[in-house]
Design a protein around this ligand. Structure first.
Ligand code: G6P
Length: 488
């Protein structure tokens, strides 16, 4: 209802690379539908269902093209057909160059500050531009007078300007889910000006933190002599168009995770420990990550090895459970990271493990939600140690699942989430192994009242600013900006 009120008759036209529903063929030839899994798709989906919007996304399921109508549309979810999903088809070359190439080997590393990991290739750029054009055409095609166009993420840096050319009066907004780097890093990008101009086609551009907003404004200021950057009003005037730039820290469905973590009770935990051979006299630390080099997993494993080496009292007293999810494996940096993590786990377990104790339990298996939230609920410490991370929703999920308020969050100061939790988390710099070890030790021995106090404050923060607050905040700001634009 909230979203409907905020939308006030407008309907959402969402554009994202990943789709909220995916049709695939089973072995027996029947078609199955995968549900939204990621935080964002899961979060926007209910609003779309309530307000009957349109969602444009890449159709990457092998049965996707067999269930759409002649306009490449399908009504979703299958049981209620509440809104329209418009699928965009990409050739393998396009996927290679736009998705694996420009999005994930140029923009992803660059925005995370990894200039040295960036692979520039002309065809990456041309295909990125062409695919953005294809999505822009789909937007123009699906657009209605009451549409509010909402681009998601770094896959669509150029599409806003392209849509603006076709629909000068459309209201366009964009949320950039990854960090925005400083000019000194961003300027190394060939085509950096085209990207900035592409994003300035939006009326409203959102980032997770004020810091990323500042970085973006710096880039615009440096790149364009004729841009007027108004930091007080948080807006940019460029090429006859005004773009508002604001921060909206993305969040999670607090109530749902808190309530789901209740299913993982003491009995569940006992069974879980038994199935993974984790004794009941050891403390449990947990890490849950996509296998991405920005997540700082090797650095985390180094710190743990150092802890067991220098503080032998933690041997047989602390087990670390790492859940890794395979990601973007066609890119060699990702494959290398997967190997590096597996090797480090094997090495550490060989070195410190005993007949009764495995220091690190590592799995890449899909875990049911109950297990994931249960792990978060019952573990003593969570290790969230990215080298750089736009937000990191695992940190927030951990906090939401901590219904007994008895765990400690160890959090990198390089994660957007750190801006919100500050010193209520135990702060580390993932590159500083000595300090990491010290903070681990501190987290593991923290007294109960301090643990509870910190956890309570973090939980309050997430409860107050949950996913729906983020949605309301984003959409009501959009409405204000639109109103101002149309009356000025
Ligand atoms: C990050 C990005 C998302 C992306 C997700 C998973 O969180 O901000 O846009 O969907 O990673 O990555 P993938 O490449 O599999 O979509």
């Amino acid at each position: 209802d909230d979203a409907e009120t905020v939308l006030d008759g407008d309907s959402l036209l969402v554009v994202s690379n990943r789709q909220p529903y995916k049709h695939s063929y089973d072995e027996d030839g029947s078609i199955t539908v995968d549900r939204p899994a990621g935080g964002l798709t899961a979060g926007i989906d209910p609003v779309m269902q309530e307000t009957d919007g349109t969602w444009i996304a890449w159709g990457d399921g092998d049965a996707d093209s067999d269930v759409v109508d002649e306009h490449d549309r399908v009504r979703v979810p299958p049981e209620s057909e509440a809104y329209t999903l418009r699928r965009v088809w990409l050739t393998e070359d396009e996927v290679d160059d736009y998705y694996y190439g420009y999005s994930n080997q140029v923009l992803w590393p660059l925005c995370h500050g990894g200039m040295w990991k960036t692979e520039f290739a002309d065809e990456f750029w041309t295909q990125y531009r062409d695919v953005n054009e294809t999505f822009a055409e789909a937007v123009v095609d699906e657009y209605d007078d009451d549409s509010l166009v909402w681009f998601q993420d770094y896959h669509f840096g150029l599409a806003p300007q392209m849509v603006r050319e076709g629909l000068p009066d459309a209201f366009l907004m964009h949320f950039w889910h990854i960090p925005w780097p400083g000019w000194d890093t961003f300027r190394s990008l060939p085509n950096c000006e085209e990207l900035l101009a592409g994003l300035l086609g939006n009326d409203l551009l959102g980032f997770h933190t004020d810091w990323y907003c500042e970085n973006f404004l710096d880039c615009v200021d440096e790149a364009f002599e004729n841009a007027f950057v108004d930091r007080d009003q948080k807006r940019v005037r460029h090429d006859g168009h005004t773009t508002h730039v604001e921060s909206f820290p993305l969040s999670i469905d607090y109530d749902e995770i808190t309530s789901k973590s209740a299913d993982a009770d003491e009995e569940w935990f006992e069974e879980f420990r038994r199935s993974y051979g984790i004794g009941d006299d050891v403390q449990l630390a947990v890490g849950i990550d996509r296998l991405d080099y920005t997540k700082g997993i090797p650095e985390r494993l180094d710190a743990l090895a150092r802890l067991w080496e220098e503080h032998p009292e933690w041997r047989e007293k602390l087990t670390f459970f790492q859940k890794g999810s395979e990601s973007r494996s066609r890119i060699s940096d990702y494959r290398e990271l997967q190997e590096e993590v597996e090797e480090a786990v094997t090495r550490i377990n060989r070195r410190f493990g005993t007949d009764d104790w495995t220091p690190i339990v590592y799995t890449e298996e899909m875990l049911p939600e109950t297990d994931l939230y249960g792990l978060c609920r019952h573990s003593d410490v969570a290790l969230v140690s990215p080298l750089r991370d736009g937000m990191n929703l695992v940190a927030k999920e951990y906090v939401a699942a901590q219904r007994d308020e008895d765990g400690v969050l160890v959090l990198s100061d390089q994660a957007g989430a750190h801006e919100e939790f500050g010193d209520d988390a135990v702060t580390i710099n993932p590159h500083d192994v000595d300090d990491f070890v010290e903070q681990l030790q501190y987290a593991l021995t923290m007294d109960e009242s301090e643990r509870r106090e910190r956890m309570r404050r973090m939980r309050q923060r997430v409860e107050q600013y949950d996913l729906f607050a983020w949605l309301r905040d984003s959409l009501s700001t959009a409405r204000d900006v639109k109103h101002r634009r149309d009356t000025e």
